[in-house]
Ligand binder design. Structure first.
Ligand SMILES: [Cu+2]
Length: 153
């Protein structure tokens, strides 16, 4: 653990940070369900509102990424820079071509708003990661992070 953290701290700042984009949600059942729960709790936010306010930063080790096991460190904050906390985040890794078997990872919180785990890049090329989770207040996290140019080992 400490080895990984040291490696991340020593990495050049800004050079291994990947930006995320909100994912358009197509699962209306879940929207309906979460809105129902929120209505019971006293209010329903428009679907997607929270997603635009989310700031996601991903650090990958090694950097640049290459085929094999990658350490993921993801920080999740709101528009005001406050950490967003949840028990776990799910990551699905996929590539920009058809017929690829996706890979999965579960990220666990280390400090407030920071989540870590590992993922297996199974092929060189352009990848993207779909990050999903649910905050304690019911808001969902659905973000896409492009990870282009995963190198041969
Ligand atoms: Cu592939």
């Amino acid at each position: 653990m400490s080895l990984t953290l040291n490696f991340l701290r020593d990495a050049p700042q800004g050079n291994n940070v990947y930006r995320a984009n909100p994912v358009e949600r197509r699962n209306y059942w879940r929207i309906l369900l979460s809105c129902t729960v929120l209505l019971v709790a006293g209010g329903c936010r428009p679907a997607g509102q929270s997603i635009a306010e989310t700031e996601v930063r991903l650090e990958l080790t090694p950097n640049p990424p290459r085929v094999g096991t990658a350490q993921l460190a993801l920080t999740l904050t709101d528009a005001a820079g406050q950490p967003l906390e949840t028990d776990s985040l799910e990551v699905e890794g996929n590539m920009n071509h058809a017929g690829m078997v996706p890979v999965f990872a579960t990220l666990r919180p280390t400090t407030a708003g920071r989540y870590e785990g590992s993922l297996e890049f199974t092929m060189a090329g352009d990848w993207f990661l779909l990050v999903s989770g649910q905050l304690a207040d019911g808001r969902r996290i659905d973000q896409k992070i492009d990870v282009p140019g995963v190198q041969h080992p």
